[in-house]
Write a protein that binds this ligand. Structure first.
Ligand code: UDP
Ligand code: MG
Length: 321
């Protein structure tokens, strides 16, 4: 059995790879771990794949997978997770910003202290300020929404129990929220370790300003899918019904008031169609109906989803399978 799988997403990082491999190998040999390095080439257009092949020829513990095109960091991690075999799986960026010297510490936290997942915390960061300030806000919001107290959700350096990576799926740009995904999958023992961070030595960052917009939208969808993914009607149904009822009774009230003026006290009053409140009430009814329909359609979709009954089973007794 392999002790450690190092999973590294690689997108145009040919200059960094040889140094990374040598450094990882040095640390592993020093601590006598059995290991594998999974280099996932995410459709690089530089010489990354050639470098990976060379490293693989030199060191049989280096394994490579190449995507035909660029799918993104999450996709690369996901395929790495599927192929990993080590008791502890450690993800690390290819750009040498994360230090392989942290691996033994992370390994101990998983194997001896019983954590399911340990996230790195780049307490002292070597990144431009345009990145560090929005990141603070982003981590604060994610903590509030997920109830997971981490300082640095998006740290590339993380360690997992093998069981965790086999039970979660990362796609789109969800790599920023793996702790949240793990928690939803039932792995609650999430820890944090302060790690050394370095400025990027070669190449440039692969993520621009859109990381913040996409990141926030992804947080909303993770949160929503995690909470209501299997029962959309509980969200839309409640809001829809509420909105419909408010609108419906407001409309009744407005009509009733008009009739009361006209028939009972024989007074001229404004036409209903002259009242803004009437239009507001109508709109509320329509929104209510639409919400309800959205919930209903969502319910039909989940009913047809193949994973509607896929639950994460951790233990069984007296079963042979
Ligand atoms: N990466 C990837 N696919 C992409 C973008 C990035 O595999 O589409 C990899 C990249 O090669 C690096 C890691 O993800 O190993 C983190 O990327 P980067 O260093 O650019 O992010 P930053 O440190 O700026 O957050
Ligand atoms: Mg980086």
């Amino acid at each position: 059995m392999t002790d450690i799988s190092i999973v590294v997403p690689v997108y145009n990082e040919d200059e960094s790879l040889p140094e990374l491999e040598a450094w990882v190998k040095k640390v592993m040999d020093e601590h006598k771990y059995s290991y594998e390095i999974l280099l996932i080439d995410d459709g690089s257009t530089d010489k990354s794949w050639k470098v990976i092949e060379e490293l693989g020829n030199k060191n049989s513990r280096v394994k490579g997978i190449k995507f035909r095109r660029n799918y993104g960091k999450s996709a690369a991690l996901n395929i790495g997770f599927q192929h990993a075999e080590g008791n502890v799986v450690i993800t690390m960026d290819a750009d040498l910003q994360d230090s392989p010297d942290e691996v033994p510490g992370l390994y101990k936290m998983i194997m001896e202290e019983g954590f399911d997942l340990v996230s790195g915390w780049k307490k002292k960061r070597y990144d431009p300020i345009t990145k560090t300030i929005p990141t603070k806000l982003f981590n604060w919001v994610t903590t509030k929404m997920s109830g997971i107290y981490l300082h640095d959700f998006n740290c590339g350096l993380k360690a997992y129990k093998l069981e965790v990576v086999k039970n979660i799926e990362v796609y789109g740009e969800m790599h920023r929220y793996i702790p949240v995904i793990a928690k939803w999958a039932g792995f609650k023992n999430i820890g944090e370790k302060v790690v050394i961070h370095q400025a990027r030595k070669y190449g440039t960052t692969k993520f621009g300003i859109e990381r913040f917009i996409n990141g926030f939208l992804d947080l909303l969808s993770i949160f929503f899918v995690g909470k209501f993914g299997k029962r959309p009607m509980h969200f839309f149904g409640v809001l829809g019904t509420l909105s419909f009822l408010i609108g419906f009774f407001s409309t009744l009230y407005i009509i009733g008031e008009k009739l009361y003026y006209a028939w009972v006290i024989h007074l001229d009053s404004r036409d209903i169609t002259d009242k803004p409140s009437f239009y507001l009430a109508l709109t509320t009814v329509i929104i209510g109906v639409q919400m309800f329909l959205a919930g209903f359609i969502g319910e039909l979709v989940t009913r047809n989803a193949t994973e509607r009954n896929s639950y994460n089973i951790s233990k069984k007794i007296n079963y042979n399978d």
